[in-house]
Design a protein around this ligand. Structure first.
Ligand code: UD1
Ligand code: MG
Length: 450
């Protein structure tokens, strides 16, 4: 094997390195600012008690607003660098007049994305301050996604979906969803924000999920970028000489000649790298035992950021695959979210002060549940998702473990410490991402061609 690196003409990626530099600054800023502003938050009554600890210390709440502020400022300062190529790519007309082909459409995508994230952060912060009831806050992300939808529309956004091979005989290869596509987009942002917010309650759970999803998105984006240096390895194999291309091959079978594809994934990276940075800075303070709480602000702005990149970089289906634990948690939660099963203010696990272990918490039925509720809980119980207690005389359900993935882990794996539970959660998020890559790049070719 002879390793022979040589520089091939590949598109330059200077913005990427600048974004990486900005991300390091964002990481350091969050790392420093979160403890520095702690007392200001407590003075402003923005604090909470850690429900799963023996001590009653006041923990500053909504510190996701520090992350959101640093994140949005980073994106704003980065704007000129994201468009640095436009400063140099001038064309000279024959008469000698220089015209600059500024990519105005790309700029509007960038600015509308920042606006959507900003609205989500503000509304999340209002929720932290006024504790809006969850039913009322469900539509918040829909409002935040309006700028996004408008820019998508302005692009004459593609509202076609590719039909899976087995259904093509009925529907053809493309189906135009029209206005339904916009409904799908706004529901995606509702899901990504609330999906993170309802998988919460133990230290580092919210920011831990966001971190792993962001890292998964980054890996996915890198698959579409050309390497700055293209290595070719000439291999002497069975006497014949062949060249193996590393880099091009790595691009997930996509031709990296597609400038548009590269630009979309660069855009996604510009939003994801600073997100990883602020999440890393914050998880340091939010890790067990937490010295800061994220509040709904963090859940809303991170969730909205994922929706923004998924939509604008056109990979919303792949993005949903990275949300497997959140999809599971949402489906499991539906009977509580939609009123079939009582939903207490907090569905977090029950803390045993003597052993320092977490047990599944329970929802109690004050009146006997309806036929539909009984059926649903019995199905969940038969699937091993919940544990229920029934009245020995009447057989009616008295209580059931709260319908969240955290309680599900405790039902299946037994009581454990909070730190262990968050590790289990993060491992499941990681395993979900691995599965997502297998489905996206392995199994997708079975149901989709090309
Ligand atoms: C969501 C969940 C709720 C869960 C709560 C925990 C639904 C419908 N709602 O509500 O069941 O109990 O998140 O965040 O599923 N806290 C801790 N330790 C932590 C994080 C939070 O004890 O690591 C507590 C603190 O008291 C903190 C409070 O949770 O003040 C924050 O709750 P909040 O984010 O306002 O709850 P929701 O998002 O409304
Ligand atoms: Mg919350």
């Amino acid at each position: 094997f002879i390793l022979r690196p040589f520089l091939d003409p590949v598109p330059p990626l200077p913005g990427l390195y600048t974004s990486f530099g900005f991300s390091i600054l964002a990481f350091l800023a969050v790392l420093y600012l979160v403890p520095a502003v702690k007392s200001n938050f407590v003075k402003a009554n923005l604090y909470g008690k850690d429900l799963l600890k023996i001590y009653d210390d006041l923990i500053p709440e909504s510190q996701g607003v520090v992350c959101a502020a640093v994140y949005i400022l980073t994106l704003v300062c980065f704007i000129p660098f994201a468009f640095s190529d436009a400063f140099v790519s001038t064309k000279t007309k024959p008469e000698g007049i220089s015209i600059n082909e500024f990519p105005l459409y790309r700029l509007s995508v960038y600015l509308s994305s920042i606006l959507s994230i900003l609205i989500a952060a503000i509304l999340g912060f209002l929720d932290d301050v006024f504790d809006i009831r969850w039913r009322h806050k469900l539509p918040i992300p829909i409002i935040a996604s309006i700028p996004l939808l408008m820019v998508y529309f302005a692009e004459r956004g593609n509202t076609n979906v590719v039909v899976p091979l087995p259904l093509r005989f009925m529907l053809g290869s493309l189906v135009n969803l029209g206005p339904l596509y916009y409904v799908y987009i706004s529901l995606l942002s509702t899901f990504s924000t609330n999906g993170i917010n309802i998988l919460a309650g133990i230290n580092a759970s919210e920011v831990g999920q966001a971190l792993i999803i962001a890292l998964s998105v980054i890996v996915n984006d890198l698959l579409y970028l050309p390497f700055p240096i293209d290595f070719r390895i000439p291999v002497h194999l069975l006497g014949s000489q062949m060249e193996v291309e590393v880099g091009g091959v790595w691009s997930a079978g996509m031709s990296y000649g597609s400038r548009e594809l590269v630009e979309r994934h660069l855009f996604s990276l510009y939003f994801m790298m600073p997100l990883v940075a602020v999440c890393l800075g914050f998880i340091y303070h939010n890790w067990y035992p937490a010295r800061a709480f994220p509040g709904d602000t963090l859940c809303y702005f991170t969730g909205m950021t994922f929706a923004v990149v998924g939509i604008q970089a056109h990979y919303s289906k792949t993005l949903l695959l990275f949300f497997l634990p959140q999809v599971f948690n949402f489906l499991l939660s539906c009977p509580q979210l939609f009123g079939l099963v009582p939903c207490p203010r907090h569905r977090i696990p029950r803390f045993d002060r003597d052993t320092n272990l977490l047990h599944p918490s329970k929802a109690k039925f004050i009146t006997p549940p309806s036929g539909l509720t009984t059926f649903v809980i019995r199905v969940f119980s038969a699937l091993g998702l919940v544990k229920m207690t029934t009245d020995p005389k009447t057989g009616s359900i008295l209580e059931v473990t709260n319908l969240t993935i955290l309680n599900f882990f405790l039902v299946r794996l037994g009581p454990m410490t909070e730190k262990r539970l968050v590790q289990v959660l993060m491992c499941s998020q990681f395993a979900g991402s691995i599965l997502a890559f297998v489905v996206r790049y392995g199994l997708a070719s079975i149901v989709y061609d090309g």
